[in-house]
Write a protein that binds this ligand. Structure first.
Ligand code: CTP
Length: 214
């Protein structure tokens, strides 16, 4: 990496799951520890970037020197990201955003006794796609992840195109939780870079790959 390219750059990272409430005690969510997103935020900070980390609920501590914006739902995540977007140079979407939310939120706890409820879901915004759609002259540089259980590279390439990203990190469900991961980084110029190792190393690899587009 070229450290000079990073000093003072503004980096926005989304991380963790979102939590979509059903009633005051129940929610719909995704399996996500937040480790990858926090590792990316920390690595960018270490390179001298000014980092905003918009994070759903995780058990992790914000890395030192990173501005943490805690959120719960996908809609809160999008709103928080839109606030910092105008001054952002690089967006990295590492959050496991819930694609759907319950159509209605019960103000009181849903009670048993009247049979199992049927829960209607409605689509959530695609946070990263919405951010990418607001780009002007290719800025900010935008990167995301593709979690796939089949046709990893083909699905990831399609996601990169459909969401309008510069870079996508393709990985399988084995990337969830653990501290190590395997991934392939695909860039909009058609290149691919494989990675296997600790999540902190993947974070560095994502940043060094994104640097070419800054
Ligand atoms: N993403 C997002 N908002 C969503 C869904 C996904 O910002 N509502 C972002 C994620 O942070 C990730 C990328 O989009 O960087 C891809 O997420 P993934 O779950 O792999 O894909 P989906 O778009 O949800 O597609 P599908 O579930 O059909 O595979």
């Amino acid at each position: 990496v070229n450290r000079a390219a990073w000093r003072g750059r503004r980096v926005l990272v989304t991380a963790g799951p979102t939590r979509e409430p059903l009633d005051p005690v129940r929610y719909l969510s995704n399996a996500s520890s937040g480790k990858t997103g926090y590792a990316v935020a920390e690595a960018a900070r270490r390179l001298g970037a000014r980092v905003t980390l918009v994070s759903g609920p995780t058990a992790l501590k914000a890395p030192a020197g990173v501005r943490l914006v805690p959120v719960m739902t996908a809609r809160e995540m999008l709103a928080a990201c839109l606030k910092t977007l105008p001054s952002t140079d690089l967006v990295i979407g590492a959050a496991a955003v819930a694609d759907w939310r319950p159509a209605t939120l019960s103000r009181t706890k849903m009670k048993k006794g009247r049979g199992a409820p049927v829960i209607k879901l409605v689509p959530n915004p695609d946070v990263l796609k919405a951010l990418a759609a607001r780009r002007r002259k290719g800025k900010p540089v935008t990167a995301g992840f593709a979690l796939e259980t089949s046709s990893l590279l083909a699905n990831a390439r399609r996601k990169m195109r459909e969401k309008g990203l510069d870079l996508i990190v393709a990985n399988g469900p084995e990337a969830l939780n653990g501290d190590r991961t395997r991934a392939v980084l695909l860039t909009r110029d058609g290149r691919s870079h494989p990675y296997a190792g600790p999540k902190a190393g993947l974070a560095a690899k994502i940043l060094s790959t994104a640097e070419a587009f800054l």
